[in-house]
Design a protein around this ligand. Structure first.
Ligand code: ADP
Ligand code: MG
Length: 556
């Protein structure tokens, strides 16, 4: 059976497999390792995923959705026509297309995978990821934290032993910091922290805001929302290569945007990077000098503003020797190999931590109006971990106690994340009027709660239907629904993506260019009609090359 690792990213997703002591990436149907995490619905209800969906996102933003990883674990739904999709279902569509690409490439069925999640993903988001996999027909052998996966690759490729790493992962939607140590084949994560709502998308957003403000103040026509997004995203990436860029807001007007300006408008975002870093250093009592390497992963660490900030903070240059887009998927595949106990990896052991404290709300007489959060497991303990505490009812008359479960660090329960609750009946016998609450974090970072009352009766927490959580029944229904959806066949995805791209460029162009593209469209349609695979492939290749050139020249 294939040993698979998946990096289910906010902007891109990747799939890798483990074989002969090595992890390798699997190309998608377009021959690329990166599959855009984008879904689009065509007029006739046909669903596109990946490259062709990203193409369509530019021309049909209302019928396309991206960055849905940021909605995982919430009840927010995306609507297209009469259809509604939960974030788990959208993620499932991406997972399904990765699974198909892997099956085509490997020539065998893929039914299990290790999937990476941001280290700072909470219990609801982790569960949502598992459910997305279930909807896609994949069983999750393990959820691995993204920075841990990346560090596996760094650690295994380093020749020196006994090293401490601080890994910073700034992707499209999330930011993670992890401290880990590699010593004689043992990877030990010491601490993780992060911000689930800080990523490249936020940096793009501040540029969008700036473009709009500039256009207003200079009395220029503001670009449409999609155009502004494209301009901002392109400008952000260009700024990683040059110190200033021109942003063409219309055919006649350009805005000059430079590094200093970017630093100014992104200042509060950059500052938010500091807090989780300080927290992990305090939790581990380590100082900047203790680390052998500061490792940067995630596409957004390519931004010079981030490099500079990290360099200043640690007073040395960070390291980015492995491809930041690839390391997480490769690490997830290594983890799949570890679980299968491959001989080549026999010497390697890995331990991880859970970055959140978990506990219950309790009553405090001095502050009767606020429930106090009483942690049962404190953050950054090595998983799996299990701890128990005893609680008693407030009054002698209570026939049951309510256990409300929270995750977070605030002293007040209400400021933390509510995970669910269970109520435990209280025996009459005064000596038995207590409940022992056991919290267990498994290796995936998922929580189980067992309450045992004084008379010995057990109760396992079935997390109640909080808003962001799907029930098992809903997952089953979503699984069936996916089978009924009209999903564009993966093997035709390349032609489809090209057709959409040609249509988009046709709409964008005018004059001679437009005519030229129109001709290409008819030629390509004729070739498609021949159903001659060889001719089609040759046309696709030639057209892609021409379009790449046009789009570069035109800036996108
Ligand atoms: P995720 O794993 O969350 O999908 P990635 O690690 O793939 O995220 O990073 C995607 C983010 O990186 C996007 O916000 C993208 O704009 C940003 N990014 C990619 N390349 C560059 C670059 N050269 N300069 C600045 N940002 C970049
Ligand atoms: Mg990532």
């Amino acid at each position: 059976m294939a040993l698979i690792g998946i990096d289910l990213g906010t902007t891109h997703s990747l799939i890798a497999y483990y074989k002969d002591g090595k992890a390798n990436l699997i190309p998608n149907v377009h021959g690329s390792f990166l599959t855009p995490s984008v879904v689009s619905v065509e007029k006739d209800g046909n669903i596109l995923v990946g490259e062709s969906a990203r193409e369509r996102f530019i021309s049909h933003p209302d019928n396309s959705v991206h960055a849905f990883k940021r909605m995982m674990g919430t009840a927010r739904e995306w609507q297209s026509g009469k259809r509604k999709f939960r974030p788990e279902e959208l993620s499932a569509l991406v997972l399904r297309s990765l699974k198909q690409d892997a099956e085509n490439f490997l020539g065998e069925p893929v039914s299990e995978a290790v999937i990476s999640v941001p280290a700072y993903f909470n219990d609801i988001q982790r569960n949502a990821t598992k459910q997305a996999a279930a909807i896609a027909g994949l069983q999750v052998t393990r959820l691995i934290n993204e920075p841990t996966a990346a560090a596996l690759i760094y650690g295994l490729n380093d020749s020196e032993d006994d090293k401490k790493y601080l890994v910073l992962d700034l992707g499209g939607g999330t930011f993670d910091v992890t401290i880990l140590e590699y010593f004689s084949g043992v990877f030990e994560v010491h601490a993780s922290a992060g911000d689930n709502h800080l990523g490249g998308e936020d940096f793009t957003q501040v540029i969008i805001d700036w473009i709009n403000q500039e256009c207003v103040s200079k009395k220029l026509e503001c670009p449409s929302n999609v155009m502004a997004y494209k301009l901002a995203e392109a400008a952000k990436k260009q700024l990683s290569k040059s110190s200033a860029v021109e942003i063409p807001v219309s055919d006649t007007d350009v805005l000059l945007f430079d590094q200093a300006q970017f630093e100014k408008i992104a200042n509060s975002l950059i500052n938010r990077i500091r807090e989780p870093i300080i927290r992990v250093m305090q939790d581990t009592e380590l100082t900047p000098a203790d680390f052998n390497d500061i490792v940067l992963i995630g596409g957004s660490t390519r931004m010079p503003v981030i490099h500079q900030f990290v360099t200043k903070l640690f007073k040395r240059f960070p390291r980015q020797t492995e491809n930041p887009d690839h390391v997480v998927a490769l690490g997830a595949a290594i983890q799949a190999g570890l679980i299968a106990r491959h001989e080549e990896l026999n010497e390697v052991v890995m331990t991880d931590v859970m970055p959140y404290s978990m506990g219950i709300a309790t009553h405090n007489e001095s502050e009767p109006d606020n429930h106090i959060f009483t942690p049962i497991i404190e953050r950054n303990q090595t998983v799996p971990v299990s701890k128990e505490e005893r609680f008693s009812p407030i009054t002698d008359k209570q026939s049951e106690v309510e256990l409300k479960i929270y995750q977070g660090e605030s002293r007040f329960a209400a400021n933390n994340l509510y995970l669910g609750e269970l109520s435990s009946p209280m025996p009459q016998d005064l000596k038995k009027r207590y409940v022992d609450v056991r919290f267990t974090y498994d290796v995936n970072g998922l929580l189980e709660v067992i309450a045992t009352t004084g008379d010995g009766s057990h109760q396992r927490l079935v997390i109640q239907q909080t808003e962001g959580r799907m029930s098992d029944q809903e997952v089953d229904e979503a699984f069936k629904k996916l089978a009924e959806l009209k999903i564009h066949p993966r093997e035709k995805a390349v032609n489809k993506a090209l057709t959409i791209r040609l249509d988009r460029l046709y709409e964008q162009a005018i004059g001679e260019r437009r005519e030229q593209i129109g001709e290409w469209i008819s030629t390509f349609n004729k070739t498609l009609a021949t159903q001659d695979e060889k001719r089609i492939a040759a046309d696709v290749k030639a057209l892609q090359k021409i379009l790449d050139e046009i789009e570069n020249r035109d800036w996108f």
